[in-house]
Design a protein around this ligand. Structure first.
Ligand code: 3HC
Length: 692
């Protein structure tokens, strides 16, 4: 094998040149890889003995896209379109041989090859939208020429990965090779192309599919309408749609220029910068500095869950989905039956939407065992407690688990706020105790806060981080404090939202500002959804908070047709004149005169204390890095990823401005706004969270 340059090898076998790229971890299109392709393909094409060229990658994947880390650096070297042109204009067939994932710029390279072959496990996609971009190397113009406008719209706006079998059916891939025979299969395919004298096909010249969509503007209008909710606030989906429209309505080169212009606009914008930041943040979060990758882990092949309520059931589904058997324990047969039935119903709903088969439903249910005896958890590798949030109850449970569950197993609590160290102290093995804080609905929400107690051992932490990945969660390791990272920060926003309505803003004003900012729901709509009577009992009610007053009036949220809002039959919320009066009376009883609260104040009062609390969390070492806090908020609370996360948002506003506002609020409203020491220090040192 001849090395062409540090990342490219070239061999010629009986007239077929094989150009192999090797740039771990994912063969991203760095300057070196772009050079490598250009030189490798160029040398192969210039060689008279070569009849066809195969482009293949070493390691775990075909090219996974442009090198995202290079986007924030000055541009240098060959551009991707220059590299692509060398391939597309070749006088000999070039065949892309795909394994792993051909994503973004990687698929765009494959799309200028004349043919594409893939192993069955390979996947193709244009996921640029997930980092606030669009495929900027012709992807939006070439893809619809193969798969049609409708499928292309779906692919570029969702970033979905298409399986090789489906890619074959769409014509995106020309042939599948055996799983372990990609190289040989691609060479054989190349020989066939040469022997049969197949044409040098250029995707850019295939106009049939785009012409079919020409003169059908309703196709795009419907797509926009159908996805308006999903795309709300994001710039990239609309830019992607406009590019597919251009592919349909413009000649190829014009479409390409249009795509380039929109790509550059997105690249220069704040949304993509935040989404690119988040891409790396979510990957960094797996890394625990004092628990290195080679820390031994504990095999987890069986899981026990205590509590078959909404939380326990949702948690169970995560493990069943990953093929891990679960035993779920309840105290009463009726509750157990109800819990198991809910899990089955959830799976059947998923199956009715075509996302899994009925066979899958049965397979998963067969791995689930219900029990009324804690003793049935004795042999589990991991036991997760998901019972009532009460310290005494939890301690009693952990005392029992300590006696029942085999030594060496992991004992986890799903507590969302209680002191894990105290829970662990009820056992003789605090090193095996950890918090696994799932977010409701636990089978849907991506986030898992892994809570490290004072004595939690490193193998237990390493195991749980790995397990989180196995069940498809995004994990962040956090320390023990009331509410951990997510809920502790949430408490700041909730407190201010409550105060703002007493001062003169209405619940729907607060909600609107936060929804406009990009959150999925405001705090009051959220309370109505969850039920205002969570933890409330009429006999204990003192009528001393707004919430209590509303509950006493049977305005308990969506379920009673009224809460902070009034609801119609379709659960559509309307501002409530009744609530407005209640709030005014309540404020008056507290001697507060309502004032006009500006939208800007609502936003700053709700968000800046969150950033400040994040700084405190970092000061106390509860989170490892600022970006972990952002990962928690994006995945657990719907923080708009195009604003990066609260800490990244603080950086983008400027921490000096955040601090100045906190000081102003402190002077006007008191201690709730006391700036964190870390925030003060960072501003003095002209640092931002990204510099920590
Ligand atoms: N650029 C730079 N680094 C990348 C990268 C990329 N495109 N894709 C992955 N990496 C890095 C990750 O940061 C990670 O680094 P680390 O080990 O130091 O943390 C490492 O590669 C492995 O990545 P994952 O942990 O994500 O590994 P997985 O096996 O779970 O997933 C993957 C692999 C499916 C390829 C996933 O990494 C992925 O989705 N990557 C991004 C793909 C993408 O968005 N491509 C489009 C880029 S934009 C583009 O191409 C523009 C073009 O149109 C002009």
């Amino acid at each position: 094998m001849a090395a062409i340059n540090p990342v490219t090898d070239l061999v010629i076998e009986d007239g077929i040149a094989v150009v192999t790229l090797n740039s771990p971890p994912v063969n991203a299109l760095s300057v070196a890889v772009r050079d490598g392709i250009y030189q490798g393909i160029g040398e192969a094409l210039d060689n008279d003995a070569v009849q066809a060229v195969v482009l293949i990658c070493a390691g775990k994947t075909f090219i996974a896209g442009a090198d995202i880390a290079e986007f924030d650096k000055p541009r240098s070297g060959l551009t991707l379109p220059q590299v692509q042109q060398r391939i597309e204009d070749a006088g000999k067939p070039v065949i892309a041989a795909i394994h792993g994932t051909a994503l973004g710029g990687g698929l765009e390279v494959a799309l200028v090859c004349h043919y594409r072959v893939a192993v069955p496990s390979a996947k193709c996609g244009l996921p640029e939208v997930n980092i606030g971009l669009l495929p900027g190397a012709g992807g939006t113009q070439r893809l619809p020429r193969i798969v049609g406008a409708e499928k292309a719209l779906e692919m570029v706006t969702s970033g979905m990965h298409v399986r090789a079998k489906d890619a074959l059916a769409m014509g995106l891939v020309d042939e599948l090779t055996p799983e372990d025979g990609l190289r040989a299969g691609a060479i054989a395919f190349a020989r066939k192309v040469v022997a049969e004298g197949r044409p040098l096909r250029k995707v850019r010249d295939m106009n049939e599919k785009v012409e079919a969509a020409r003169g059908r503007p309703e196709l795009f209008a419907e797509f926009r309408r159908g996805n308006a909710r999903k795309f709300r606030g994001f710039q990239a989906p609309e830019a992607n749609i406009r590019c597919i429209e251009a592919a349909v309505n413009m000649p190829f080169d014009e479409g390409l220029a249009f795509e380039h212009k929109l790509f550059e606009e997105l690249m220069a914008g704040t949304q993509s910068a935040a989404q690119r930041y988040y891409f790396f943040a979510s990957r960094k979060a797996w890394n625990v500095p004092d628990v290195p990758a080679d820390t031994p882990t504990i095999p987890v092949n069986t899981v026990g869950i205590i509590g078959a309520g909404t939380m326990g059931g949702g948690i169970a589904m995560n493990f069943l989905n990953a093929g891990i058997p679960v035993t779920i324990v309840e105290t009463k047969q009726e509750a157990l039956d109800r819990g198991l039935a809910t899990i089955r119903r959830n799976y059947e709903n998923t199956a009715s939407k075509g996302r899994i088969s009925m066979d899958d439903v049965e397979k998963r249910m067969a791995q689930l065992k219900g029990s009324l005896a804690l003793d049935d958890l004795a042999q589990c590798d991991l036991v997760i407690e998901a019972i009532f949030e009460n310290m005494d109850v939890k301690k009693e449970m952990f005392g029992k688990l300590d006696r029942i569950v085999r030594q060496g197993a992991i004992l986890a609590s799903n507590t969302s706020a209680l002191d894990l160290n105290e829970i662990a102290s009820a056992t003789s093995r605090p090193q095996d105790v950890i918090g696994l804080h799932f977010f409701s609905p636990a089978n849907v929400m991506k986030l898992l806060e892994v809570v490290r107690g004072e004595k939690t051992s490193k193998p237990v932490i390493a195991t749980c981080m790995q397990l989180a990945r196995r069940i498809g969660k995004v994990a962040a390791l956090v320390g023990v404090c009331p509410g951990f990272v997510g809920n502790r920060i949430l408490a700041q926003r909730q407190r201010e939202a409550g105060k703002l309505v007493l001062e003169g803003a209405m619940p729907w004003d607060v909600d609107r500002v936060l929804v406009d900012f990009g959150l999925p729901m405001g705090p009051f709509a959220m309370s109505d959804l969850a039920g205002l009577d969570l933890g409330w009992r009429r006999e204990n009610s003192t009528g001393s908070t707004l919430r209590e007053i509303l509950c006493e009036m049977d305005r308990r949220g969506q379920k009673t047709g009224a809460g902070f809002y009034d609801y119609d039959d379709k659960r559509q919320a309307r501002p409530s004149p009744v609530v407005e009066n209640i709030i005014r009376d309540f404020a008056a009883s507290k001697g507060i005169t309502p004032r006009v609260v500006s939208e800007q104040e609502i936003l700053e009062r709700c968000i800046y204390p969150m950033i400040n609390e994040g700084a405190r969390i970092l000061e106390e070492g509860i989170a490892i890095r600022a970006s972990d806090i952002d990962v928690v908020w994006v995945n657990g609370y719907g923080w708009p990823v195009y604003r990066g996360g609260p800490m990244r948002y603080g950086d983008s506003v400027g921490l000096d401005k955040v601090l100045a506002k906190m000081q102003d609020f402190e002077a006007r409203f008191g201690d709730d706004f006391k700036p964190a020491k870390l925030l003060v220090d960072m501003v003095a040192q002209r640092k931002s969270f990204k510099d920590l």
